[in-house]
Design a protein around this ligand. Sequence first.
Ligand code: NAP
Length: 500
Amino acid sequence: MSRALVTSTPTPDDERRLIDSLPTGLFIGGEWRAASDGGTFDVLDPSTGLVLASIASATQADGAAALDAAADAQRAWGRTAPRERAEILRRAFEAVTERADDFALLMTLEMGKPLAEARGEVVYGAEFLRWFSEETARIAGRFAMAPDGNSRLLVMKRPVGPSLFITPWNFPLAMATRKIAPAIAAGCTMVLKPAALTPLTALLFTQVLTEAGLPAGVLNVIQTTKAGAVTGPLIQDPRLRKLSFTGSTEVGRRLIADAAHQVLRVSMELGGNAPLLVFDDADLDRAVDGAMLAKMRNGGEACTAANRILVQQGIAAEFSRRLTERMAAHTVARGTDPSSKTGPLVDEGTRDKVHELVTSAVEAGATLALGGRAVPGAGYFYEPTVLTDVPAGARILNEEIFGPVAPIVTFTTEEQGIQLANATEYGLVAYAFTRDLNRGLRLAEELEVGMFGLNTGIVSNPAAPFGGVKQSGTGREGGIEGIEEYLETRYVGIADPYAP
Ligand code: NAP
């Protein structure tokens, strides 16, 4: 296995050495290769706007070759011993952990998040490998006598088959391992199309998985700048059996429609518009800590980010004051700077969209308590921003912000808080802070979400089912539920063994 290249306090030389060590090709049938038309694209550092690396850009022909390789490898791979698949995952877990500093630096360079957060993602992303390595040997069915005693029922679990994964840029490692690990555990082969903004982490991870013993053809990687043109024909190909997508609701909706042609199994991890409720009886220190975590983790560029901070009237002024103070102390700097608490946004378009939402909220009557401007100079930095008294109907309450902006809305009763929280087409996650356990349980039942954080600003955990309801998607990743997404249930009816 290759050893870690950089240390926890990387220098510019470390950055170059790491980038230079990466594969730059597509990974198809166990080989790194150039795009069929020789095409490449640049990956940029969002803290400078400068080119980090130039890598192959897959064509439709490359996409077809990747699916050929996955389809060819499926039968043999699906028959491997569970332990064999488990041990590949376990070795990959060890290798990613050993190379944590390399993965962290790479994510900081291509995506922008501070190194400390990138290290957190390495731990989170690697844990899917360990969790599903442990789940591999527990895939089981059942056997029963039919109620009338006249036959036997055998229920088997089979790998779904070749799967296409399309992932976003905000968690370059974890969004890949959350799909790849359960698919390996279940015995599925794969084609991965990582986000064009952050494909380098996927390339390093592919190298690590190969070194961990993943056979040729099981994972094929086709980064490209032509996402729709390259993946579209794969979704129409009858050999593909599963599409798992993490990204925006807008693209997910289109992919579900495309997948209908082959009645393809889909998992959709889509957008969010998380409410974070703070009640009068909350432990205020804990609520402010939780709001900071839920809002500022990943620079606000998370589907689970608190998008609407709903505070009960009695503590609204004090909560807003404390949150504003904490946001003001949040250092904005390149992710490699040890003082950085928030890095740049991923690109100019994302920063422009954040600013547009802030501007339109102020025009609608919100008060700008902090920030509200792009940071001048190189890179796509944006000031931590707090908006108070945001009026109902403001765009910022209905669209994903994906930036370091906290809009605060005041409510009066629990009933009104629940109504505001549910007033969105999204349903990924909600958070609430209260000391009243009964209220906590009522919220757990009333909020229309796939996940709920009670007195905590973070819920993601590889041992728990991650996913949303309403337009936040369908399917679950992680937990004992996560492997089911890659298994088919097959029933075998068996004649009565005692029949004459
Ligand atoms: P996005 O624009 O939907 O892109 C996601 C992925 O889809 C990228 O790989 C993208 O490729 C690809 N894509 C875009 N158009 C496509 C098409 N027509 N056909 C096939 N693939 C296509 O989302 P994003 O901006 O990368 O990520 C942010 C979104 O992801 C947010 O909405 C966030 O809430 C959501 N998200 C959800 C979860 C969850 O678990 N629920 C987790 C993380 C993020 P390119 O890179 O080439 O555009």
